[in-house]
Design a protein around this ligand. Structure first.
Ligand code: S3P
Length: 427
């Protein structure tokens, strides 16, 4: 896919429903009693993998446009399919489903694509074993075989800041013989599971750094409006900030504080992003965003900020490349464990375009120059959707554009990314 430079981004757009919330809404809908309706569902390859996994487990999931309807099988109503459950590229699905299946009768085998099969699973298997499930991983990776046992509640201190691990433990806690099951986190990660569990009628205890869940008899079906995905909005925010003359509005974007660390970093760098028309949708804060071009200065991103912008860090590297001065990002090691080793991939994507980025261990450094990167040539997204988006935005703000190989992987999170980009790009 060829991405030509744009003069500016102008106009307005809406991004698809939040991927993290869409996965979770289907999973909880499957466990509820009755029919759940999820409006603004973010249909993508990842969330459709969740729909198919649930169908394989005997749940009726119907998706029409951006509405998903799930006929819940009840709390313990999922049935093992004959074959394996294919989680494809979706780490969120595999990890959260492991928590859900820990409470079901039977033996389940979870598999994933090549990328997912390289990602760590022991971080989920370990606490679920501690609760009483029998889990075998393949050297710490997928395929994973899981069999439930009577589950006991645990108090689990997250060794890594991961919302996926937190969510798996909380979901398994629904099936424990007593409560509470407590997850302690030293850095706040996204809290969509907690918010949705509350919407489904579970007893949840929340205090800073801690979430506790009690077992339930049954879950209420959801009737939910999903906010726009901040992680799909972020590339547009970055591009509008970088391109002189841009004026862009993004409608109905989720602005959950555990997700919008990127805005804080941009603000420190001098960006002009305003949030207005704040409201609540499906228990989540939502706003419209207005973005105008701004000159940026370098910043330092602390390890404590990472969980709030983990999926946006590649974009931080890009904007830092056009900011005055040297930007340092500390404690970014989790990036190596995503759909690709994103610290390596982002270097492979940005360097050929002329962005001066380097990594050392879990640290990222970018020497910025306040001018468009050169661009030109072909870069490989390594089959990673966020890297394909990064490459596209880098080409858009460059002087010569770029050919993105593997651009089709944007469909993992945002199938219409390119048409939406074209609708606001002034060329
Ligand atoms: C997600 C959590 C994050 C994030 C991923 C989605 C979720 O992963 O990178 O894209 O929906 O819970 P970790 O929690 O493993 O960091």
């Amino acid at each position: 896919m060829r991405v030509d430079p744009a003069v500016a981004l102008r106009g307005g757009l809406a991004v698809p429903g939040d991927k993290s919330i869409s996965h979770r809404a289907l999973l909880l809908g499957a466990l509820a009693e009755g029919e759940s309706e999820v409006r603004g569902f973010g249909a993508s390859e990842d969330t459709l993998a969740t729909a198919d996994a649930l169908r394989a487990l005997g749940v009726d999931v119907e998706i029409t446009g951006d509405t998903a309807r799930v006929t819940g099988a009840g709390l313990r109503g999922l049935r093992p399919p004959v074959g394996p459950i294919d989680c494809r590229n979706a780490g969120t699905l595999m990890r959260l489903l492991a928590g859900v299946l820990a409470g079901q009768d039977g033996r389940f085998r979870l598999v994933g694509d090549e990328s997912l099969s390289r990602r760590p699973l022991e971080r989920v298997a370990a606490p679920l074993r501690e609760m009483g499930a029998t889990i075998e991983t393949t050297d710490g990776h997928a395929p994973l075989i899981l069999e439930s046992g009577p589950l006991r509640p645990i108090r689990y201190e997250l060794p890594v800041a991961s919302a996926q691990v937190k969510s798996a433990v909380l979901l398994a806690g629904l099936f424990a013989k007593s409560g509470p099951t407590v997850v302690v986190e030293s850095l706040p990660t996204r809290d969509h599971t907690e918010r949705l569990l509350e919407a489904a009628g579970t007893r949840l205890g929340r205090k800073p750094g801690e979430a506790a869940v009690w077992p339930v008899e049954r879950l209420r079906p959801l009737s939910l409006d999903v906010p726009g995905d901040f992680s799909s909005a972020a590339p547009f925010v970055a591009a509008a900030t970088l391109l002189a003359g841009s004026e862009l509005r993004l409608h109905g974007v989720g602005v959950n504080p555990t997700r919008i660390g990127f805005l804080g970093v941009l603000e420190r760098m001098g960006a002009r992003v305003s949030l207005f028309n704040r409201r609540t949708m499906g228990g989540e804060p939502v706003a419209d965003l207005a973005v105008a071009h701004a000159e940026l200065v370098a910043t330092e991103v602390l390890a404590s900020e990472i969980p709030r912008l983990v999926d946006e860090l590649p974009l931080v590297a890009l904007v830092a490349g056009m900011a005055r001065g040297e930007t340092v990002v500390r404690g970014a090691g989790e990036l190596r464990l995503k759909e690709s080793d994103r610290l390596e991939t982002l270097k492979n994507v940005l360097r050929p375009l002329g962005v001066r980025v380097s990594t050392k261990g879990d640290e990222l450094r970018v020497r910025g120059v306040p001018t468009r990167p050169r661009g030109g040539g072909t870069v490989d997204a390594a089959g990673d959707h966020r890297m394909a988006v990064l490459a596209a935005i880098a080409g858009l703000v460059s002087r010569e554009g770029v050919e993105v190989s593997g651009a089709e992987s944007v469909a993992v999170s945002f199938p219409d990314f390119f048409p939406v980009l074209d609708s606001v790009a002034l060329r």
